[in-house]
Design a protein around this ligand. Structure first.
Ligand code: ADP
Ligand code: MG
Length: 795
């Protein structure tokens, strides 16, 4: 990087001349670049990055990351994007879509001479945190010689910390929910200047699950902007495009004419396996592939946990990992990093890892549970056979799923070949699992949850031609999980979870005078003769879980729940509310294990609190007890209060009270009074407006003064520097300082539009870079690493 502190006593005239020369050179380079972009031939298939009109920092970033030739999608999409066109990009998994949008972002902002004063220039949306982190890492890699600031906004840490950084970011990679939170709540986070919006895995971001957030986000963004949408399964739905106000988008679909929607280097198979034998097949597969790297997809987090825990007990002889949405952010990061680095490992995962993740060198993708649709299939298998590598995929289908799923795949141009499992290689682990579940109540509990969540997910699936709950052998499935019997499940109408939970609690309260009330709630449960404290605790938790599920799923009249209309079935199963509450109860129980109190004591504490004529509130846990201390939380149960105002005599009045009608009439005709009121209010607002504008103007003026002063200081510093004709090549390390003072921020035209900035802008830049740069880690291992990434500036 360029030396930033040259001798400061150099003589003015000469340096100033050099400075002017340098500026001129930069300007000339810029206009040449701009002209080359304008002259770009959109029909020409560009092969090498060298042939594209790219800025020096981007070209260097690509070269240092060893990117030389463009992939098809890059060669087709980048020229259009450089010219500012909206793009719908579709290309198979692993074909390099990330660079196809990152390069145009860097370039378009660079040509506009975007600086920290211009605020947010580009927003990249990703459906999952993991993918956002990955995109951010690629951005950091190829953008390292740029002076833009870039941040990750994915949740997992406090809103406030993120808020402080947002004001000064040029490029943000984020998940929809979190960025929306900021757009709504962070006052100095402005997007009015935004130039580019990118959605990676666009079809996923545009589908039901994210619909509300995305619409709200788009509502915060300026209409005049460039929008790029990328996915392997691209949406062309007119309604979606209208939602994003795309302007005459260029549809760049490089593999549309291909015979298959999946990479040609991918071998795809399926095995017809009755549901109760799935785990046996998986176990046998893992045992016979100990030297490979495999991802196993399951339909819910609970399934993932059970299979992971039980296989871990069985010790297959290869590292096992698991990933699902309910893990702590830190844990999720650790796992993705570990799996990326592993040579041999098995990762059990929900569809959280189905999209976009670029784990190096995955050999196999196993779909233990049938994907919800062909698109999900395409993305799941896309975790292997990436960028010219080979890969293999196997899907396990229950006989009832086979015809329907094959039809769906065929419709999407996916060709799969049926194979059989060698009978002599298949081991049954049923007995071992039953043994383990018998000895380990924890595992049995996970098994029950897994069973219920699987059945629920099948029930909620939209495609009834594929998923036929009635044809599954559920009893056998339960016993294949090691359970003594299938938890009884029916489905009910209506879904007011809160009321149901309260009802369950009320039932607990009603039966609590019974010496062993828990037994009452679920008479079918067999009780051991001698019950320890631990037994009771475990039962209680188990029953709470099942009660929770029952209250959701079971109804005596046996009517069926409408499949969820909002979220995908799998997501729903994964994000089950119950889980959290159960987990918390268990934690409390855990603590009590070593302490004095036991279940009976806890029961004695149950009390009922009457709330202003509303339903009584049953306080049967510490968590509920805490609730009593929070006015805000109690509001939910009490309903809203009314606001009163007090007059001089101390009498309470409603905020808006009707005036005495006679008094009102005495003041004249109602119409006249209305007109007079309006006139007065209009005048008041006008005066207030003038004042506001004056204050605003004043603030802008001060801001401008400050900026100018800062620029003058920088200029003075530069004048003292030696003239540097060329930047020396940057040092070998990836974490080079972020901004060279050599490249002082040039105020751009855009600044004229800017509103007063946040105070964070006042910080002297070098200080920022000193704070962030040296800490920016190469690999993300911990939350702290992630945090420093988020503070980090590119370069
Ligand atoms: P997609 O988003 O299409 O699934 P990615 O952008 O994740 O694909 O890229 C897949 C892999 O290909 C990544 O490991 C990436 O580093 C590599 N890659 C992308 N573009 C190129 C290129 N031009 N040359 C070499 N490798 C590339
Ligand atoms: Mg991608």
């Amino acid at each position: 990087m360029a030396p930033s502190n040259g001798p400061r006593n150099g003589k003015g005239a000469k340096s100033s001349q050099r400075h002017t020369l340098k500026r001129k050179r930069v300007q000339d380079d810029l206009s040449t670049l701009t002209q080359r972009v304008e002259e770009l031939d959109l029909k020409e298939p560009y092969k090498n990055f060298d042939n594209l009109p790219l800025s020096e920092p981007t070209a260097s970033g690509l070269a240092s990351s060893h990117f030389k030739t463009l992939t098809d999608i890059q060669s087709r999409a980048i020229p259009h994007a450089l010219k500012g066109r909206d793009i719908l990009g579709a290309a198979k998994t692993g074909s390099g879509k990330t660079l196809a949008f990152l390069i145009p972002i860097l370039e378009n902002l660079y040509r506009k001479q975007w600086s920290e004063h211009d605020g947010l220039g580009a927003l990249i949306l990703s459906p999952t945190r993991e993918l956002a982190i990955q995109i951010f890492e690629v951005l950091r890699k190829i953008g390292r010689y740029h002076t833009f600031s870039a941040g990750l906004v994915i949740g997992g840490k406090s809103l406030k910390e993120e808020q402080e950084r947002l004001g000064r970011m040029n490029i943000l990679v984020c998940t929809p929910g979190r960025i929306l939170q900021h757009l709504d709540q962070t006052s100095f986070f402005d997007t009015f200047n935004l130039q580019m919006l990118v959605m990676d895995e666009a079809d996923r971001i545009l589908d039901m699950g994210f619909q509300k957030s995305v619409d709200a986000i788009v509502g915060h963004l300026p209409q005049e902007r460039q929008t790029l949408l990328f996915s392997a399964t691209q949406t062309k739905k007119v309604s979606d495009l209208a939602r994003l106000s795309l302007q005459d988008p260029e549809y760049v679909a490089v593999h549309e004419a291909a015979s298959s929607a999946t990479p040609s280097t991918l071998q795809q198979h399926y095995v017809v396996t009755p549901l109760p034998q799935k785990l046996d097949v998986l176990w046998s597969f893992i045992r016979s592939n100990l030297k490979t790297k495999t991802i196993v997809f399951l339909s819910s987090g609970k399934q993932v946990r059970f299979v992971y825990e039980s296989f871990r007990h069985l010790q297959p002889g290869i590292p096992l990992m698991h990933l699902h949405g309910r893990q702590r952010q830190g844990g999720r990061l650790d796992i993705t990093t570990k799996f990326s680095q592993a040579k041999q490992a098995v990762l059990f995962s929900t569809d959280i890892a189905a999209r976009g993740l670029d784990f190096p060198a995955v050999d196999w993708v196993i779909q233990l549970d049938c994907p919800e649709d062909a698109d999900t299939y395409i993305h799941r298998v896309g975790r292997t056979a990436r960028y010219e590598r080979d890969g293999r995929a196997v899907m396990l289908l229950d006989p009832s799923e086979e015809p329907g799923m094959l039809k769906r795949l065929e419709q999407k141009k996916v060709v799969v070949e049926r194979i059989n499992v060698k009978a002599n290689k298949q081991h049954s682990i049923k007995d071992q699992l039953q043994n383990m579940c018998f000895k380990d109540p924890e595992l049995k509990y996970l098994g029950q949850k897994a069973f219920i969540s699987y059945v629920k997910s099948i029930y909620l699936q939209k495609d009834k031609e594929v998923f036929k709950l009635k044809e599954l052998k559920l009893e056998d499935f339960a016993s294949s999980l090691g359970l003594p019997g299938a938890p009884r499940i029916k489905f009910i109408q209506g879904d007011d979870t809160k009321e149901r939970k309260n009802a369950a609690r009320a039932a607990a309260y009603l039966s609590s005078d019974d010496s062993d009330g828990e037994g009452e709630k679920k008479p079918k449960k067999e009780e051991p003769q001698v019950r320890t404290k631990y037994d009771r605790m475990f039962e209680r938790r188990n029953q709470d879980v099942l009660a929770g599920h029952y209250s959701k799923l079971i109804n005596d009249d046996g009517t069926m729940v409408e499949p969820s209309k909002t979220a995908g079935a799998n997501a729903d199963a994964d994000e089950d509310d119950d889980f959290l509450s159960v987990k918390r109860r268990f934690d409390a129980g855990d603590k009590e294990l070593g302490g004095e109190s036991d279940e009976e004591d806890e029961k004695k504490d149950i009390k009922v609190v009457e709330l202003d004529g509303k339903e009584a509130l049953v306080i049967d846990s510490k968590r509920r007890e805490k609730l009593l201390k929070s006015k805000k939380k109690l509001l939910k149960f009490k309903g809203k209060g009314t606001k009163l105002v007090y007059d001089d005599e101390g009498n309470a009045h409603e905020l808006y009270e009707m005036e005495d009608e006679d008094d009102f009439k005495a003041r004249g005709d109602a119409k006249d009074q209305q007109a007079q009121f309006l006139a007065e209010e209009t005048e008041r607002t006008r005066v207030a407006d003038v004042e506001d504008k004056e204050v605003d103007k004043q603030k802008r003026r001060e801001k401008k003064e400050k900026r100018k002063a800062r620029e003058r200081e920088l200029l003075a510093a530069e004048e003292a520097e030696e003239f540097m004709a060329q930047l020396p090549p940057p040092g070998g390390d990836d974490m080079s300082p972020l901004e060279s003072e050599d490249e002082a921020p040039r105020p751009s035209k855009k600044q004229r539009m800017r509103t007063p900035e946040s105070e964070s802008d006042e910080e002297p830049k070098p200080k920022k870079s000193k704070q962030a740069a040296p800490k920016a880690p190469e690999q993300i291992h911990t939350l702290e690493d992630l945090e420093s990434l988020a503070t980090g500036l590119l370069g």
